[in-house]
Design a binder for this molecule. Sequence first.
Ligand SMILES: Cc1cc2nc3c(=O)[nH]c(=O)nc-3n(C[C@H](O)[C@H](O)[C@H](O)COP(=O)(O)O)c2cc1C
Length: 375
Amino acid sequence: MSSTTSDGMFSWLPGVQKPLIVSAPMLGASNGTLAAEVSKAGGLGIVPLGMDFTPGGAGLKTMASELATARRVLGPSAPLGAGFLTFHGSVGRFAESAIPMLREHNVTVAWLFAPDRDAENAGAAPHAEIIAALHGAGIKAMVQVGSVAAAREAAREGADVIVAQGTDAGGHQFACGAGVVSLVPEVRDMLDEEFAGRGIGLVAAGGIADERGVAAALVLGKRAANQRALRSAVACADVKWIGADAAVMGTRFLASEESTAGGHYRKAILEGKDGGQLTVKSTFHDDIRQTVVWPQLYDGRAIINKSYEEHVSGVTFEENRKKYQEAVSSGDGTRLVTWSGTALGLVKEVLPAGEIVRKVREGARQRIQKVQSGL
Ligand SMILES: Cc1cc2nc3c(=O)[nH]c(=O)nc-3n(C[C@H](O)[C@H](O)[C@H](O)COP(=O)(O)O)c2cc1C
């Protein structure tokens, strides 16, 4: 049986169970119901996704309705997160437009990702004002980053949790990044050395799709060598986890019953294998869709489709774009942009989101216990 985190790390998330599993906010693929089922199972569900902070705008209205749905499932006080992309020109209005909505739905923690560093006034602390506004409203801040420098910056800005996102991740990420196996321990060391005593949580994201990935992420710290710490961590006593404190999964939840990923999308995830070959990290996926314009710092990982293959083989962008538009209007899925992490080969069945959380959490606990007893 899992123990809860009423004390120690994540004490501000009452009722969540260790090891903590977090569902990523996934624009177009997750929703309030999925997030609520994750939280209901003792994880932390993050509702997607605010991006345009113009007061009264359509984006925040949709988010408010997803938060209301989540609260109907969860009740008024269980832990719940809300995810935001922070590169939009209207981000300066976050406090005015997003905070009242977060308060209304009693959101516990806001997930922030992808500030535009080239934007006027972004400077070296692009999230500082937002985090101060969140803290003023009694809401915690978790910031997703893809480098040690960005993790340090987020910690300086006041982040309560750092999500260290490795390059195996599905969807958008730092164009210049590292895998979880090197990123998480380096961020852990940095936090221990430079921010000791702040109790900043560290969460691993990217390529984690089952209990093996979660267990590995949890022991990616120096203290793994320390028998006592490891034993305490396994027993879920009141100590910090020794590598990451928790794990995020995105791609795994694309194959949950609650995900809004369509039939073609889900089939591609379930049938996909060998993700390093099948997916690619590129800015081309956004270019061909011409929807949201992401800042230069980021690209995205998606399944290689016909458009990408033709791009590589030299088809002009104009011709490629025309074919993409034709495919979209005729319902031809072969050119769909299907964001996915490299771990899709580990995703083999569709399950309710709550069952995914329980299965992965218990599997990770057992795995760590087995390894520890054999040390
Ligand atoms: C379909 C999809 C959509 C995503 N959308 C977002 C998003 O809107 N905001 C965000 O911060 N991260 C987004 N991500 C990235 C996740 O936050 C997370 O880093 C990633 O899913 C972790 O890697 P994994 O997919 O291998 O589990 C998305 C990922 C996927 C797969």
